[in-house]
Design a binder for this molecule. Structure first.
Ligand SMILES: C[S@@+](CC[C@H](N)C(=O)[O-])C[C@H]1O[C@@H](n2cnc3c(N)ncnc32)[C@H](O)[C@@H]1O
Length: 257
């Protein structure tokens, strides 16, 4: 695990498996058909690529984390996975669909990612995705900003996420030539496993860029303070419930643009 690439596949699969489990909902919108070639962008450890394969389609997973791709290859050796950054991913294949769950909000140049998706699709192909939208984890971000400001760190400068409104994201897709057929922004309060300790696992799994260069003892103190600030809002009957807001979007690359 490095500062540039903070993904820890074991922590992800042991403690954050709810991400891909909840992501199964977006597979209904994808509606993969037998024989379709489907690109899974930000595939992580491959669980949803495997679901796509179970539907009879032919997934290919890409992710810029070597660690996540190596875990995906171990779990699903029959599926093709590649290390690639979606910002500049190019392929000679022409996919029937591009799919993505819980990954696009980690990609801070969405125009470049939209271009990669557009180029990967065949004319008439579809793009279906779910990711964090405007207001996602707003309480957590407020607490992070307050606690880090107190030790002289500007959380905004370290912000790893892009959480667009559906208006701005669908406009971006339309500017690229896509026809947007579905867009939704919805609250999805998400309970974490492991009771009291759940918030620390979540901060470890998803917030590493905010804590770059911190000593362990300093980080532990910051985590404690964040938990204290969030407890009145996000700790309910022994469970942390994170204030997720998701975007679901579907769009077509027109057959005759
Ligand atoms: C929360 S995980 C989601 C993984 C998987 N889609 C799932 O549903 O379990 C987000 C993934 O996005 C990947 N990611 C982040 N930025 C990326 C980029 N620029 N290009 C490709 N993958 C990226 C991360 O490495 C990580 O595996």
């Amino acid at each position: 695990m490095s500062d540039k690439n903070p993904w820890n596949s074991q922590l992800y699969d042991r403690k954050m498996s709810f991400v891909s489990i909840l992501g199964k909902g977006i597979l209904d919108l994808l509606d993969a058909k037998p024989g379709e070639r489907i690109l899974d962008v930000g595939c992580g450890t491959g669980d949803l690529s495997q679901e796509i394969a179970i539907a009879g389609a032919l997934p290919m997973g890409i992710d810029f984390s070597e660690e996540m791709i190596s875990a995906a290859r171990q779990k699903y050796p029959h599926l093709p996975f590649s290390v690639a950054d979606a910002h500049d991913f190019r392929t000679s294949e022409s996919f029937d669909a591009v799919f993505s769950n819980a990954a696009l909000h980690w990609m801070k140049q969405p125009e470049k990612v939209a271009e990669s998706i557009w180029l990967a699709l065949r004319p008439g192909g579809r793009f279906v995705a779910e990711f964090g939208g405007a207001g996602n984890v707003a309480q957590v971000i407020m607490a992070l900003k307050r606690v880090l400001a107190a030790i002289g760190v500007d959380a905004e400068e370290r912000m790893p996420w892009y959480f667009p409104s559906i208006g701005s994201y669908t406009a971006l897709l339309e500017q690229h030539g896509f026809t947007v057929t579905f867009a939704q922004l919805f609250d999805r309060p998400t309970p974490l496993p492991d009771g009291e300790g759940g918030i620390a696992h979540w901060l470890n799994a998803f917030c590493a860029p905010f804590f770059v260069s911190m000593q362990d003892h300093e980080k532990a103190e910051v985590y404690r303070e964040i938990a204290t600030q969030l407890r009145p809002y996000l700790y309910q009957n022994g469970t942390w419930v994170i204030d997720y807001k998701r975007i679901r979007v579907a769009a077509i690359k027109p057959a005759n643009p």
